[in-house]
Ligand binder design. Structure first.
Ligand code: DO4
Ligand code: MG
Length: 305
């Protein structure tokens, strides 16, 4: 096994066995096992081994035994069902944090929705970024699992974001994609409603894989989003992460100031893709967020009461 630009790690459900960690290669996912053959069920387990030996995660993955079975990635990328192998959240983050107004497009969108002018342009330019607690594991959806639209929101949109998986010391262990579902009408009414805008059942999806790499690629990714309604595309947008206003390391520095974060915390780095103001997500919409290096995170939207 080997990959010059990194390793794409998936977590999958294997009926009769449970969660397993796998490495993606050429359209397949190969389950990983420790050198003694013991199956690995999480990135946490691999990180614990790396922590014990002081080796980078990419090295530890390289040293793992290629195990059976091998799955077709396309066959795993399906709605979760206990009897069929399927993709799971690639990492179960004890906490998900998010940064806001880190792209010019996000600043513009907040100015259009808000009754509290001044708040968003100030934070876009300020030294201190906007950071907020976004989700806990029970509020996170993996690939193909539903994401929520609050029952009391008429204007909810997905926020496609580059996400980083952090180690206990704040080091970036890997890159993934996240959807920061957001109720624009509730936030627009009053910015103090931010927690209700952002945190509710199935408010966040993460995946489909985690890219472990030592390459400095944070400014080189092209993120895209596509939304389908009853089989037709109703929105498509894209952004380069080169437009991110702040280095991810700066976001992490502020996140960790006077604040301990547990290993495997996920940080969403803010959205640079916002649908036009007339667009609101509806139940049944299928939201896809993609980057070539990470894959496509697909989730249907449902109303949550
Ligand atoms: O306060 C607004 C939240 C902004 C946000 O989530 C983003 O820019 O991605
Ligand atoms: Mg966001």
């Amino acid at each position: 096994m080997g990959h010059s630009s990194g390793w794409r790690i998936a977590r999958l459900w294997v009926p009769g066995q449970g969660p397993r960690l796998g490495v993606c290669e050429d359209g397949t996912v190969r389950v990983l096992a420790a050198a003694d053959g013991a199956p690995l069920d999480s990135l946490q387990a691999v990180a614990a081994r790396a922590g014990r030996t002081g080796r980078p995660l990419t090295d530890v993955i390289r040293g793992l035994a290629p195990a059976e079975p091998v799955f077709e990635y396309a066959a795993l990328d399906r709605a979760p069902a206990p009897d069929s192998p399927h993709l799971l959240l690639p990492v179960v983050p004890p906490e998900v944090w998010a940064a806001g107004v880190t792209y010019e497009r996000s600043r513009e969108a907040r100015l259009a929705e808000t009754t509290a002018a001044g708040v968003y342009d100030k934070v876009y330019d300020a030294e201190r970024p906007e950071l907020f607690l976004k989700a806990t594991p029970s509020r996170c959806a993996g690939p193909n699992a539903p994401v929520g639209i609050r029952v009391d929101s008429r204007w909810t949109v997905p926020e496609p974001e580059l996400a980083v998986v952090l180690g206990e010391g704040g080091e970036v262990l890997g890159y993934t994609l996240g959807n920061d579902m957001s109720a624009r009408d509730i936030e627009g009414e009053n910015p103090l409603y931010l927690p209700q805008t952002k945190i509710y059942r199935a408010c966040c999806s993460i995946g489909p894989t985690v890219l472990l790499t030592e390459d400095a690629l944070e400014r080189r990714l092209r993120l895209w989003c596509r939304i389908d309604r009853r089989g037709s595309e109703v929105f498509r947008g894209e952004v380069s992460t080169a437009r991110l206003r702040r280095p991810i390391a700066d976001l992490v520095t502020y996140l960790r100031r006077a604040n301990d974060i547990p290993a495997m915390t996920v940080l969403l780095t803010g959205t640079g893709i916002v649908p036009p103001d007339a667009f609101a997500c509806e139940e049944g919409d299928v939201i896809e967020i993609g980057a070539d290096e990470i894959g496509v995170l697909r989730n249907p939207a449902v109303r949550v009461a």
